[in-house]
Design a protein around this ligand. Sequence first.
Ligand code: 13P
Ligand code: SF4
Length: 314
Amino acid sequence: MEQPQVDPRLDLEAEILRLKRERNAVILAHYYQESEIQELADFIGDSLQLAQAARDTQADVIVFCGVHFMAETAKILNPTRTVLLPDLDAGCSLASGCPGDRFRAWRERHPGAVAISYINCTAEVKAASDIICTSSNAKKVVESVPAGTPILFAPDRNLGRWLMQQTGREMILWPGSCIVHETFSERKLVALRTAYPGAQIIAHPECEEAVLRMADFVGSTTRLLEYAVSSPHDTFIVVTESGILTQMRKQAPHKTFVPAPPNAQCACNECPFMRLNTLEKLYTCMRDMTPELVMPEALREAARAPIDRMLALS
Ligand code: 13P
Ligand code: SF4
């Protein structure tokens, strides 16, 4: 996306706060955002909490500092608000790896199965699903399906496999994965555990099976944060996008948090989509009221029912 011009003399933080008041806007941010964006947010949360905050807000404008499927969910749940996303190209490898037409064809090959889709998918896939889940309520959602009913789970096979182990339910899995969480290596984790004896390994369920097997605790971003803050342990190897460390260090400054390294020499424990949002783009989207998340009303309505089913269980 082309970057609109910003006067370099501007105090961006002050300007964003001014625009927030002027436009009666609320800034919602995911934990994987840059710390300077987290600092300005009215609310920081995991996918479920952000969806609930978007649904419940009275603000006229929802500025969503996260990725496209999150902003889309906000629009689906609160359609009369203007929803802005600082960079419309902020996608997600899970969502782009599961196109609507292929998902519908997959469903058709399994008549009688209940389709559970992880919230990291497009509105088109949501509309063709029976119920949505996030990493914080997925176990409950799977357990809500009557025993004996076949289940399709899309698009994250790692989360799906972990849920099968947690619930004892068989599921047919869509072969998708997150480009960030699949970079964590078991070999490097073993080395880190030796370097930090006694450290707890905490991981997001989007990680691969071998990594999850090593984890002392597995959960959504919010659950990882809560666990790290409330646990009696003082050192944690954190196996998820490194943005979560901002709140961990803020809420438990006396503890040690070690970001798990990716397999290669790269910054790939940062989500390239989440990190497309910058302070400059946050400012310009609030100044210009664009890019705005818009979607066809029929698609919005069709995608809402499976999200509402999830929210009723949450
Ligand atoms: P959470 O719902 O746990 O915040 O996860 C969102 C996500 O995209 C993880 O990669
Ligand atoms: Fe998608 Fe992975 Fe980025 Fe989360 S971290 S938004 S699952 S690409």
